[in-house]
Design a protein around this ligand. Structure first.
Ligand SMILES: [Zn+2]
Length: 85
């Protein structure tokens, strides 16, 4: 469970097939962040931050596209940002 902008999101680990090979996904409607359980701990952190950025982008109407979201996650991870969850 992680709280983003006052909303609680459930974190669910699943296998490759459910994510069509992606590392993660997020559903604002269901307030669920899904992570691929076959990825490394480092990839998991990057993916979690990536999905959180998607949620923030949607909630605050930032309209960040996928490449920007990816670069922001990489940059934050490189600065040592870690999220519990
Ligand atoms: Zn994405």
């Amino acid at each position: 469970m992680i709280e983003i902008l006052g909303k609680k999101y459930k974190i669910v680990e699943t296998n490759d097939e459910h994510l069509a090979g992606n590392y993660g996904a997020s559903s604002l409607k269901n307030q669920v962040i899904t992570l691929n359980k076959s990825i490394s701990a480092e990839q998991r952190q990057d993916t979690l931050i990536h999905e959180i950025i998607h949620v923030i982008s949607n909630e605050l109407a930032l309209e960040l596209d996928e490449p920007t979201t990816r670069r922001l996650a990489v940059g934050l991870c490189s600065a040592g940002v870690r999220v519990k969850g």
